[in-house]
Design a protein around this ligand. Structure first.
Ligand SMILES: NC(=O)c1ccc[n+]([C@@H]2O[C@H](COP(=O)([O-])OP(=O)(O)OC[C@H]3O[C@@H](n4cnc5c(N)ncnc54)[C@H](O)[C@@H]3O)[C@@H](O)[C@H]2O)c1
Length: 255
């Protein structure tokens, strides 16, 4: 039974490995969960499993992100948690010639969709203790030479979350980034075998799902939490940038 007293969550990329783990955990906590994915069958399957609501949406299109938010409001009458999680690899290696379509695609899903998701959800989250968790990546904290365009987008969203931390907190909304290392999901594609061959430990989606809950419960505005095999997830400690020298020292230095 759902209604305005049931908390509601939206998970983009909810049909994928990590999104499904997030959706299961949110449903287990009593959330009504909207599963938004461009994969209609996958979204329907996860929604059936968690008793949620499927939405077919390409979140790199702003109007389809708005429709996904609207679906949560229509189904549950409110919105409390938004997991902006849809993502893809670029498919381009570092020295490949630039494929403009592939470039626009990876920026569209990994970066634009986060901007669209925050914008669409914010009016419904403000003042109500809402939370936004953006699935970035360890590739947003350290370079990922195997896919520099992926690293570009994930670094961008980490910067976006950090910059939005305080302004959204002022509205009563907490935004955080989740930065997992490699996890065993479809996104790894052809990278999976070489990674396994190198002895790289791959996390299970459930491990990342537990980290998602840790960030949801304990993440503070603008934090980016790393998630690594065998370690407890924690906020990454960014090294401060030295301020200016001279008489104007202390003025105009971003926090
Ligand atoms: N698996 C990893 O190793 C890993 C590590 C760090 C970060 N991440 C990030 O985690 C997130 C989830 O990825 P995953 O590992 O579950 O991969 P996945 O491929 O299993 O899931 C990604 C999901 O996003 C959906 N999707 C892609 N483009 C979309 C679009 N335009 N609109 C709507 N849905 C779209 C896909 O259909 C899929 O269901 C991504 O942002 C990814 O970059 C993954």
């Amino acid at each position: 039974m759902t209604g305005p007293t049931t908390p509601a969550a939206l998970v983009t990329g909810g049909a994928g490995g990590l999104g499904r783990a997030f959706a299961r955990r949110l449903a287990a906590r009593g959330y009504g969960v909207v599963i938004a994915d461009r994969d209609a069958d996958g979204a329907a399957e996860v929604a059936t499993e968690v008793g949620g609501t499927p939405v077919t949406a390409d979140v790199s299109r702003p109007e389809q992100t708005v429709a996904a938010v609207r679906a949560a409001l229509d189904a549950y009458g409110r919105l409390d948690v938004v997991a902006l999680n849809a993502g893809i690899g670029s498919g381009l290696a570092a020295t490949d010639p630039l494929d403009l379509e592939a470039y626009r695609r990876v920026v569209g899903v990994n970066q634009d969709a986060v901007v669209y998701g925050v914008d669409a959800a914010l009016p419904h989250l403000r003042g109500a203790g809402g939370r936004i968790v953006v699935t970035a990546s360890l590739a947003g904290l350290v370079p990922m030479p195997a896919d520099p365009l992926y690293s570009l987008t994930k670094t961008a969203v980490v910067g976006y979350v950090r910059a939005l931390g305080q302004p959204l907190a002022d509205l009563g909304v907490t935004i955080t980034a989740l930065c997992p290392g490699f996890a065993d999901t479809a996104i790894l594609g052809p990278l999976r075998e070489p990674l396994a061959g190198m002895g790289m430990p791959l996390m299970t989606p459930d491990e990342v799902g537990d980290a998602f809950l840790a960030v949801l419960d304990g993440g503070r505005p603008g934090e980016a939490w790393f998630v690594q095999p065998g370690r407890d997830p924690e906020p990454y400690g960014f090294r401060g940038v030295p301020g200016p020298r001279g008489p104007a020292a202390g003025a105009g230095v971003p926090a």
